[in-house]
Design a binder for this molecule. Structure first.
Ligand code: AMP
Ligand code: MG
Length: 334
């Protein structure tokens, strides 16, 4: 595996040219995007796509997001481009929004897990953008970690999870957004949110009108919105528990008692733990964007500290927190 450090804002084109050549030749390149590190492969080369599934241990029913340098390249990979796609691309690309559209014939079915639709994104990170422009091909890229684990937001996280399974890791520093993109389907009769992210429905509605949520059920019992959103996902090794609002103090005290019995209990908190035995405690920002940017690194840190249990303060109910709430709920699904 080759590690290529680059400046996150002004990456050296020579270093990226090398990575672009590996992609064009069918190899695997991990690279920073604004959301998380992606594990990239030539999206039109079925053998290269297969290597992603093998390296990640990703089930074949979980489709991949295809990354391109601009909206024109995205449009060429869709067999239909509704007015909503044009408006959303204008408003949010490059950026952390993925659009699901009817797929063009050139996209192999392994990319879409057999679906007639394809997920497309134009990332905003200068390194991702420059790499895609140099490669000149669509790049399928799920998060650069073994399947079901916590997504990587640094090159170190990638190296630890995938090691020699990847040909090149482009190190462009920590990812500024920190959680995966918002996924919106335009392949059905109404625009439907498949995965919440930092671009919220409140951001989308002024641009395209109403957005359907996958289910009228509460978040906790929501129907499975999209393939790949099925199971335990984004989860650390430790058992994750969201602290109940009403019983916070008592739950923390009970957990501290378990520390006396030999358990290691860490926490991601918005307020004081009130008990020194809970450690390490990561004090999380109370702004949703800053929280998202910190979240996965904090989970990696507590896993590394050997925590058996991670207690987490529930974030607020507002739409801007929907992406964070979704990832925490998945992390807590044992
Ligand atoms: P990631 O795990 O970040 O690579 O994101 C991929 C996720 O995007 C999948 O797990 C699906 O939830 C969603 N996705 C990708 N392609 C499609 C598709 N064609 N239809 C619906 N959802 C999709
Ligand atoms: Mg992932």
């Amino acid at each position: 595996m080759i590690l290529l450090p680059v400046d996150p804002l002004r990456p050296d084109p020579e270093a990226l040219r090398r990575a672009a050549e590996v992609l064009r030749g069918g190899g695997l390149v991990a690279f920073p995007t604004e959301t998380v590190y992606g594990l990239g492969a030539h999206a039109l080369d079925p053998a290269a796509v297969e290597r992603i599934y093998t390296a990640k241990g990703r089930p074949s029913y979980n489709p991949l997001i295809v990354h391109v340098a601009d909206a024109g390249a995205a449009r060429a990979l869709a067999s239909a481009w509704p007015d909503e796609a044009e408006r959303l691309a204008g408003a949010f690309w490059p950026g952390p929004l993925t659009l699901v559209l009817p797929k063009h014939d050139s996209i192999p079915l392994s990319v879409t897990a057999g679906l007639p639709s394809v997920a497309l994104r134009v990332p905003a990170h200068p390194v991702a953008h420059a790499l895609l422009a140099l490669a000149g091909i669509p790049v399928a890229a799920p998060s650069a970690n073994r399947s079901t684990g916590v997504s990587p937001t640094t090159a170190r996280h990638v190296a630890r999870s995938l090691g020699e399974r990847v040909d090149v890791i482009v190190d462009g520093g920590p990812c500024p957004v920190g959680i995966e993109s918002t996924v919106l389907s335009l392949a059905g009769p109404v625009p439907t949110l498949l995965r919440p992210g930092t671009i919220s429905v409140d951001d989308l509605r002024p641009v395209i009108g109403d957005v359907a949520l996958p289910s009228s059920a509460t978040e906790e019992t929501a129907a499975r919105p999209s393939p790949g959103m099925l199971d335990r996902h984004y989860a650390p090794r430790a058992t994750v528990r969201i602290l109940p609002h009403a019983e916070r103090t008592r739950t923390l005290a009970d957990a501290a008692q378990r520390v006396n019995e030999g358990m290691r209990v860490g926490a991601l908190l918005l307020e004081d733990a009130g008990d020194r035995r809970i450690a390490p405690v990561v004090r999380m920002p109370d702004d949703p964007a800053a929280y998202a940017a910190r979240l996965y690194a904090a989970l990696h840190e507590l896993d590394d500290a050997g925590c058996d249990v991670i207690l987490i303060d529930p974030p607020p109910d507002a739409p801007a927190w929907a992406g964070v709430r979704d990832r925490l709920r998945r992390a807590a699904t044992a």
